[in-house]
Design a protein around this ligand. Structure first.
Ligand SMILES: CC(C)(COP(=O)(O)OP(=O)(O)OC[C@H]1O[C@@H](n2cnc3c(N)ncnc32)[C@H](O)[C@@H]1OP(=O)(O)O)[C@@H](O)C(=O)NCCC(=O)NCCS
Length: 327
């Protein structure tokens, strides 16, 4: 009998600290009106000096396990998508597995920018359908305010911190992981990049002086690719799933820019109430944005027992991806 993978628990965590558009007006030459009109963002969350990604992950995972009815020792593997791990190594996943007493399970981080959560779901689906694992936790987390260039008004207004997690099981009921699509184009990598700190430009006084440990972004170039990538990912995932777009109940997409979300919704011919949006509260939380939105949609009842949900994302790499969930 063929095996399926189901989301049986969702959870998220965001820090308490809030940065409003008015706060940003004091740092860079911008305005609330510009930010809201061009992005849809009103405020975003920021970790305090003592908090790192693993702290948010631990809270998000416990929320997901609680909904799933799992104890930490029930988890057979944990994977964390992030570009802002606590440390370059060891992995945030291994730190969290230890902190939550999950036992000596496989735990690793991976990186696909803002698309990471969808990449993670595709990995979870493969592990479960192939019989390698029965219960896995997939996490997306980022603390982008730790690597934000606060002198760059075109990017610093976008980003916020958060974590989202799902418990994925070989046993339903839950949100079955259906058709998917994923891809990348490294020739566009320099449009969204952190130049310093890796093996090409290891950390030095010079890399610090040049602000190369923060995000460099060519926003309008990314924008064009993002709109196309989100559209193509949705359509390809639906095709693989055998689901016509008229059967879609809800779009839960990466929250990077309200105009990009709107363009994707239009391509799917969705009504406004069929699109989950929380960008106004959190900005772009990178790998965390889809699992945070999914958890909120789930807990608020926007996802019901028979919902067909489309996930879509794009991000650094450039990467992109989509997945269909059947509740
Ligand atoms: C960044 C982004 C909001 C900029 O919006 P845009 O409509 O493309 O704006 P542009 O970059 O063309 O800039 C238009 C003008 O606004 C100015 N501007 C940029 N940021 C500004 C700000 N925060 N406040 C006021 N003006 C700003 C620019 O300097 C430019 O001025 P100019 O015409 O005098 O040169 C948009 O391109 C975007 O969201 N891109 C995708 C980025 C993304 O999602 N990255 C993460 C990927 S996961």
């Amino acid at each position: 009998m063929s095996r399926n993978a189901y989301i049986v628990g969702t959870g998220h965590a965001v820090p308490d600290g809030i940065i409003t558009n008015a706060d940003l007006e004091k740092i860079v030459d911008t305005s609330d009106e510009w930010i809201v009109t061009r992005t849809g963002i009103k405020e975003r969350r920021r970790v305090d000096a003592e908090t790192a990604s693993s702290d948010l992950v631990a809270e998000a995972v416990l929320n997901a396990l609680d909904m799933a009815g799992w104890k930490p020792e029930d988890v057979q593997g944990i994977i964390v998508g992030t570009v802002t791990p606590d440390y370059p190594f060891p992995s945030t996943a291994a730190l969290v597995a230890d902190r939550l007493n999950m036992g000596k399970i496989p735990a690793y981080d991976f990186e696909a920018g803002c698309t990471a959560f969808i990449y993670g779901l595709i990995q979870a689906k493969a592990f479960i359908e192939s019989g390698i694992l029965d219960r896995i936790v997939v996490v997306g987390v980022d603390c982008l305010t730790r690597i934000t260039n606060w002198d760059d008004r075109s990017s610093c207004i976008l980003f916020g911190d958060g974590a989202g997690a799902v418990a994925v099981s070989s046993e339903g009921p839950g949100g079955r992981l259906g058709g998917w699509h994923w891809g990348s184009d490294g020739s566009l990598g320099e449009y969204l990049i952190q130049w310093g700190g890796g093996s090409r430009n290891p950390a030095s006084h010079e890399t610090v002086d040049k602000n190369h440990h923060t995000i460099y972004m060519e926003g309008s170039r990314i924008f064009k690719h993002a709109v196309r990538a989100m559209h193509d990912s949705c359509m390809e995932a639906l095709k693989r799933d055998g689901t016509p777009k008229k059967d879609v109940d809800l779009l839960v997409s990466h929250q990077a820019n309200l105009r990009i979300i709107d363009a994707t919704a239009r391509a799917l011919e969705l009504e406004p109430e069929q699109v989950y949006i929380n960008i106004q509260k959190y900005g772009n939380t990178s790998a965390a944005s889809i699992p945070i939105a999914l958890d909120e949609a789930h807990r608020s009842g926007a996802i019901s027992e028979s919902s067909t949900v489309v996930l879509a994302a794009f991000g650094a790499g450039l990467t992109w991806g989509g997945m269909i969930l059947h509740w």
